[in-house]
Design a protein around this ligand. Structure first.
Ligand code: SPV
Ligand code: MG
Length: 567
């Protein structure tokens, strides 16, 4: 099968590595030395990873002399295999001992999903080939053949590859010895030969390849003869080129430059835009998958639910009290209105709370919340405020007015709803008893305890009891100012919000306009009916009564107050 066939992704890593070794086109492997670099190799488009001994020891800050134990290397590979689904060819040095160590190594590598190992014909403990290569003793050829056979005999996956690395050219033993060994290793069962050279020109590699004459796959590491055009390798019939250490080296130079600059300048300001954003690190760690999994597996407790609280207004009718602070900071029964709301959310595991401030946002207590400010609050409405927090809309989110008090079950039931969009509607309010009542809700069915559990859908919200929305009918209640958005609904809400943003009257739109637009675009908005048990603070009278309601929510409240609060 052609190695570039997309179906390759369904084949095992070991068979993909084997295909790369045996394909008749030139293939490339890039070095990685930990999970992050393994991920980066994959994203760059490579199809296999070289688990470089030099780079893995360097990232531990130790020498390429088997100072890191083989189990530490294998543990590192496990992170790499988790971070990338590419085949990994481990640079297994000398096999970390004799034939018996190779057997155990092969079994352990297979268990960790590693596709193959390269072993070199030197002696344990080895030294990197580029450090006094000619002084390094080679393994005895027959003994090394025994290691290859032992490795091949102990693999349980036929596709696991053992690459035999010939160090004869590095050690100065000459071309004939290199060819003699390569042939012996091939006959011992090696799946490919890695022929290494430390010259700055490719001459001896090309001579070797010519003499080898396609007896089996050839792998090269052109670290020293890097200026050779790749086409030369292709023409020479090389199977795989390994770029052996370029990520650890690029990481080192980037870290050196940034560390020095921060040290010398005692500020981050010069480097911030030149380095990966923190969000990019999160992306490389696959943080989104975590959020998704959390949504799936923590759904009962909603431990990381989010809320956006709209708190930009001064409060019409409350001007006398809101000279110095916005409405949400008015004290109700000893603590600010906003704190009641935030505590109510946190009690239900909605911990990630973004408050959109506007008027006197400086007076908002930011403990336990994130504050974003709608700078244009004086000219804009609720949707413009919501848009200021749109970036935080990533996970299940309750969108809430800031001037609400509610019994805790209301938010609990709302966040436990499976619906992508759900709203709380108070069925006890169907009349305009006072001027502050707005947001009347027309629903697919009235609140009927007998139908408890049946799905009721929102059809329209309007503050007018007459007109199109009313259509001659009475509303089924009043929307209390809580909207929950879940799962796939989040992106769709963002889309509708973006569409509304194009409208010239966007600045004057409120959340009901968003709900109506969602319904118009075909979304189902589920209704959760309540009968009292909440308060909005829209005017002085509301504010006065809010204190009683809040008191009734505290654990030591008297039974009378509790009943009073139930409206
Ligand atoms: C490695 O990457 O560790 C190698 C290749 O073995 S080299 O450093 O060129 O010997
Ligand atoms: Mg090495």
């Amino acid at each position: 099968m052609n190695a570039r066939d997309p179906s390759i992704l369904t084949t095992s890593r070991s068979s993909r590595l084997r295909q790369m070794l045996t394909s008749n086109q030139l293939e490339f492997m890039m070095e990685a030395h930990n999970g992050l670099s393994a991920r980066i190799v994959k994203e760059a488009g490579f199809r296999a990873i070289w688990g470089s001994g030099l780079a893995i020891s360097a990232q531990y800050g130790v020498r390429d002399n088997n100072e890191a134990s083989w189990t530490q290397v294998v543990d590192t590979l496990e992170f790499m295999a988790d971070a990338s689904d590419l085949p990994i060819l481990l640079d297994g040095d000398t096999g970390y001992g004799n034939f018996n160590n190779v057997r155990r190594l092969v079994r352990k590598l297979e268990q960790r999903g590693i596709a193959g190992v390269c072993i070199e014909d030197k002696q344990f403990p080895k030294t990197n080939s580029f450090i006094n290569g000619e002084r390094q003793p080679l393994a005895e050829m027959d003994e090394f053949c025994g290691k290859i056979k032992a490795g091949k005999d102990s693999q349980s996956d036929d596709d696991f590859s053992i690459v035999a690395r010939v160090e004869a050219l590095i050690a100065g033993w000459g071309m004939d010895e290199a060819l003699r060994r390569a042939e012996a290793y091939r006959q011992a069962g090696a799946d490919a030969i890695l022929i290494h050279s430390k010259l700055s020109r490719p001459d001896e590699i090309l001579t070797f390849a010519r003499e080898w004459a396609g007896r089996g796959p050839l792998v090269i590491v052109p670290t020293k003869y890097y200026s050779t055009p790749t086409e030369v390798f292709r023409k020479a019939g090389i199977s795989v080129v390994i770029w052996a250490n370029h990520l650890i080296r690029s990481a080192a130079s980037a870290m050196q430059a940034v560390a020095k600059e921060i040290h010398d300048n005692e500020t981050l300001v010069d480097v911030e835009d030149r380095i990966a954003a923190v969000n990019e690190i999160f992306r490389l760690q696959d943080a989104d998958e975590y959020s998704e999994a959390e949504r799936r597996y923590l759904s009962a407790s909603r431990a990381t639910g989010a809320a956006i609280v709209l708190a930009a207004s001064r409060g019409a009718g409350l001007e006398a009290l809101t000279e110095e602070r916005p409405k949400v900071m008015l004290p109700v029964a000893g603590k600010p209105l906003l704190r009641w709301l935030v505590d109510g959310f946190k009690k239900q595991g909605v911990n990630d709370i973004t408050v959109v401030g506007g008027y006197r946002a400086d007076a908002i207590d930011t403990a336990g919340i994130k504050l974003v400010v709608n700078e244009r609050h004086a000219q804009t409405g609720e949707l413009a405020s919501l848009a200021c927090a749109a970036d935080t809309l990533q996970t299940d989110t309750v969108i809430s007015y800031g001037d609400l008090l509610f019994r805790s079950y209301i938010v609990r039931d709302l966040v436990e709803s499976e619906a992508e969009f759900s709203v709380v509607v108070d069925s006890s309010l169907t009349q305009a008893e006072n001027s502050s009542v707005r947001d009347f809700a027309w629903c697919s069915a009235a609140d009927d305890r007998g139908l408890f559990g049946n799905k009721v859908l929102l059809q329209r919200i309007s503050s007018e009891l007459q007109g199109d929305a009313a259509n001659g009918t009475s509303p089924q209640g009043r929307w209390i100012g809580l909207l929950n958005v879940r799962g796939a609904g989040i992106e769709r809400l963002k889309t509708v919000l973006a569409q509304l943003r194009e409208r010239p009257d966007f600045d004057s739109l409120d959340i009901p306009a968003l709900l109506n637009a969602l319904i118009d675009s075909g979304e189902q908005v589920e209704v959760q009916y309540v009968h009292g048990h909440w308060r909005g603070v829209n005017d002085l009278e509301d504010f006065r009564r809010a204190g009683d309601f809040a008191h009734a929510q505290t654990p030591l409240a008297s039974g009378d107050a509790q009943r009073g609060a139930a409206q």
